[in-house]
Design a protein around this ligand. Sequence first.
Ligand SMILES: Nc1ncnc2c1ncn2[C@@H]1O[C@H](COP(=O)(O)OP(=O)(O)OP(=O)(O)O)[C@@H](O)[C@H]1O
Ligand SMILES: [Mg+2]
Length: 152
Amino acid sequence: MSTESRPTPVNGIVITFFSTASAVGKTLVACNMASELAREGYRVCLADFDLQFGDVCHFLKLQPEKTLADLQRTMQVEGDSCRAEDFLTPYEREGVHFDVLAVPKLLEEAYNIHHEYAVRAVRNLQPHYDYILVDMASMFSTLNLAMLDLST
Ligand SMILES: Nc1ncnc2c1ncn2[C@@H]1O[C@H](COP(=O)(O)OP(=O)(O)OP(=O)(O)O)[C@@H](O)[C@H]1O
Ligand SMILES: [Mg+2]
């Protein structure tokens, strides 16, 4: 897709799903909210930043080809000119469509995600979506604090 044909930048709203407790429903609510916002016609991206135990793709029965790890590797080479949209996995069921930024598949990849690249990924995606929903792990990691800072 050429730059000219891209949709008008909207600088999407960033909503993070965070709690200090586990298993309280962050991922379930994030997936349902993504689905409902998409059903209402908004452009939605759901980013799974629960790096070690992310289960968004499991919840949505998706098998991603590319993940945040691939995006980080590309950003390290190409910088912010790379297209983060090319690293997403589409969710499409019953007329509902949104995109998912999948969690790394390998534990060593998860360990190597740097919060700076996660922030840059969200910033890169923001002009292309009305909402970016971020599902997080229950911990005050540097990544999670950076995402809370970035939240709208
Ligand atoms: N409102 C709800 N009603 C019934 N079941 C729920 C509800 N919210 C979550 N669950 C169930 O509770 C379990 C934990 O939910 P979920 O994985 O969304 O929590 P989480 O906060 O993301 O957990 P984690 O911290 O491990 O990532 C899941 O099996 C989910 O289906
Ligand atoms: Mg979860």
